[in-house]
Design a protein around this ligand. Structure first.
Ligand SMILES: [Zn+2]
Length: 260
């Protein structure tokens, strides 16, 4: 039995048997871990509200070689991010972020991914409701950047030549971003991104915010992010939380349920 004490964020939680819960955690020092929280359901004394979705704190994980499920000895939450549970768009966005982290994360330390997800959830918890969508978009692209799969915006993804800023340009998911006019001509498909859409991607990947007031534009951005995520995932299992965020199909904002 190995003991790891590490900072962790609860990204998914579901009931297990009569008295326990299983949580999926993104940890700073051990990557994505699944852990059994014995008695978490039967008694609030054991873990209190510490295991609420998107809470962050210090986790005590007991693991055995060859076993995928750790045992959670303790979880001392220091951040609860209550703002995520009080607004549907914030909650749906947080679910999409959690799903990205769980689908791309591995069971190995990745402090960069951990910090990107923690920052994303902090910003989203504090975001006004009408900014939750672009806040989530920004976070999604930054997480991809942290994972090393961000698209090119101002250089051609094929030939690396500069592509003029503020003009429409072809964007190819398989190529990995923007294409110059010559490479776009040779490409078999792609989407033409307006200059404004490229500006938003540039800001988000640069760590800045970029408001998208227009609902149609926001939806086009959600579709673009989803297509790019799909291109880089190793399997084609559904992205349930991402879909719920993109298509506004989540309900029950006042009573957060496990997503992903
Ligand atoms: Zn090119």
């Amino acid at each position: 039995m190995t003991l790891v004490v590490t900072e962790a964020i609860v990204l998914h939680a579901f009931d297990y048997l009569e008295s326990s819960r299983i949580v999926r955690l993104l940890t700073r020092d051990a990557g994505v871990r699944s852990a059994l929280a014995r008695g978490a359901r039967a008694s609030r004394r054991r873990f209190g509200s510490a295991l609420d979705l998107f809470a962050q704190g210090s986790a005590e994980l007991h693991s055995k070689p060859g076993r995928e499920l750790d045992t959670l000895g303790a979880f001392d939450a220091t951040r609860h991010r209550a703002g995520l549970g009080t607004h549907l768009e914030r909650f749906a966005g947080a679910g999409a972020i959690a799903e990205l982290a769980l689908r791309f994360g591995h069971d190995a330390a990745d402090a960069g991914l951990f910090d990107a997800v923690a920052r994303a959830l902090d910003e989203l918890a504090a975001a006004p409701g009408d900014r939750a969508r672009d806040c989530t978009l920004a976070a999604g692209w930054r997480i991809l950047l942290e994972l090393g799969v961000a698209p090119t915006i101002d250089a051609c993804a094929e030939c690396h030549s500069a592509v003029a800023v503020d003009v429409p340009a072809m964007f190819s998911h398989p190529a990995g971003g923007t294409l110059c006019a010559r490479c776009a001509h040779l490409a078999r498909g792609g989407r033409t991104l307006p200059g404004e859409a490229r500006a938003a991607l540039r800001d988000w990947l640069g760590g800045e915010s970029h408001a998208i007031a227009d609902r149609q534009q926001a939806r086009a951005h959600q579709r673009l992010l989803r297509e790019f995520v799909r291109e880089h995932l190793a399997d084609d299992r559904p992205l349930r939380a991402f879909d719920a965020w993109e298509h506004d199909t989540l309900s029950g904002a006042s009573s957060p349920e496990p997503v992903a």
